[in-house]
Design a protein around this ligand. Structure first.
Ligand code: ARG
Length: 400
């Protein structure tokens, strides 16, 4: 008796997920493997990936383009939440996992599979995100993670694959572990494991080195409707085009690089390099528009929600009652977050230089230092007296 009869496997075309196919069948007695490769705008040709799965022994090989849903249903809510894990990482990889989990579960249900599988090891966050998301979507499905259990080294994995006709990687494999999708790239391992070592320029792909960026700044106007990015420079764009164009633009100016020491859920600190040009810029612009349109207390309260929201995405709780509840708050808060933000991109830096909105609650009459000032200065005196009263009383007491 095997662990499962029919399995849907998350498939990338790499050595590890390819080896999962014979491994599931020969070691774990799986009868039928259905692979699923998701197109999330990573820019890789997926037709060869589809073929490779079949050559590696899969009975059915699925390729699903989910790029639009990725942006609309996962990235945009995260932008509305200004979600940055540990204040820096805009969750480009983390957001892809619940979507892939959903595709896997849908396929398992469609094809009558009794399990879902992925190629994650036991050291990362992604295993958590897959396992928990799958459990949330269909608690009756088993989750198999061969690479978490097989205990093979890289060389042993390649050798195992060769026995089943899975070719060893042709080019000398890069020292880096890279995850890529439309929202960005995450790079780790190799020389990056030393936190003191500056990332070699070769790790970057979406963003230029400052030395190669244009000597003239470029301006971009980003428009939002209820917190959702809808246009660039006055042109309304579909979600995928908007992200692609902004990646291009920001990347050209070297904007969107992150180098951080990050705390994984499994207790390990890891050194991560990210490049997330569009996503970083969109969060920066969105936050700025909120500062124009929302009240101070709402902005301040929302900051706590944002931190929690980022952490729950990172920790694999996308499908959770907590996210449902926070989403209700965030959606309500976005009703008047419509308008346009103007940014200047130059030499690795993005700076907001203007914002406008029909819903702006910025009042020039109150803010001005000029003669048309409408602010009641006398009223301030009583306010400050009452505001400072507890401090005054305290001070009198301790100085006695
Ligand atoms: N540390 C990031 C996360 O947990 C990205 C991991 C991506 N994987 C990689 N091989 N670089 O979301």
């Amino acid at each position: 008796m095997g662990r499962a009869k029919k399995v849907v496997l998350a498939y990338s075309g790499g050595v590890d997920t390819s080896v999962c196919i014979p491994y599931l069948k020969h070691e774990w007695g799986v009868e039928q493997v259905i692979t699923l490769a998701a197109d999330l705008g990573q820019g890789a040709e997926l037709e060869p990936v589809k073929e490779k799965a079949l050559k590696s022994g899969a009975e059915i090989s699925l390729v699903i383009d989910a790029t639009e849903s990725f942006v609309r249903d996962y990235a945009f809510p995260a932008i509305q939440a200004n979600a940055l894990y540990e204040n820096q990482y805009p969750l480009s990889t983390a957001l892809a996992r619940p979507l892939i989990a959903k595709l896997l579960v849908d396929a398992a249900e469609k094809y009558g599979a009794d399990a879902v599988a992925h190629g994650c090891t036991g050291k990362g966050n992604d295993q958590v995100r897959f396992d928990v998301s799958i459990a949330a979507l269909n608690p009756n499905l088993k989750v198999l993670a061969p690479a978490r259990e097989w205990g093979m080294s890289r060389e042993e994995t390649i050798a195992y694959g060769e026995r089943f006709g899975i070719p060893a990687p042709v080019k000398k494999s890069s020292p880096y572990s890279i995850d890529k999708n439309l929202l960005g790239r995450a790079i780790e391992a190799g020389p990056l494991e030393d936190p003191w070592t500056e990332p070699p320029e070769e790790v970057y792909e979406m963003t230029r080195a400052i030395a190669d960026t244009p000597d003239q700044p470029e301006y971009v106007e980003i428009s939002f409707e209820q917190g959702v990015p809808v246009g660039l420079n006055g042109a309304v764009l579909n979600p995928v085009t908007l992200i692609s164009e902004l990646n291009e633009m920001a990347g050209r100016h070297g904007v969107g690089r992150i180098d951080m020491i990050e705390n994984r859920l499994v207790g390990i600190k890891s050194r991560e390099i990210y490049e997330t040009p569009a996503l970083s810029l969109l969060i920066q612009a969105h936050r700025d528009l909120e500062s124009l349109n929302l009240t101070a207390d709402l902005i301040h309260y929302k900051q706590g929600i944002e931190e929690t929201y980022a952490r729950l995405i990172y920790n694999g709780l996308w499908y959770s009652p907590l996210r449902d509840a926070l989403d209700a708050f965030i959606q309500k808060s976005q009703e008047r977050v419509s308008g346009t933000v103007r940014l200047k991109l130059f030499k690795g830096h993005a700076m907001v230089v203007g914002r406008k909105s029909a819903y702006s609650i910025y009042s020039p009459d109150l803010a001005t230092y000029g003669a048309n000032d409408q602010f009641d200065h006398k009223a301030a005196e009583g306010f400050v007296y009452v505001w400072g009263l507890p401090t005054r009383v305290w001070s009198q007491k301790v100085s006695q």
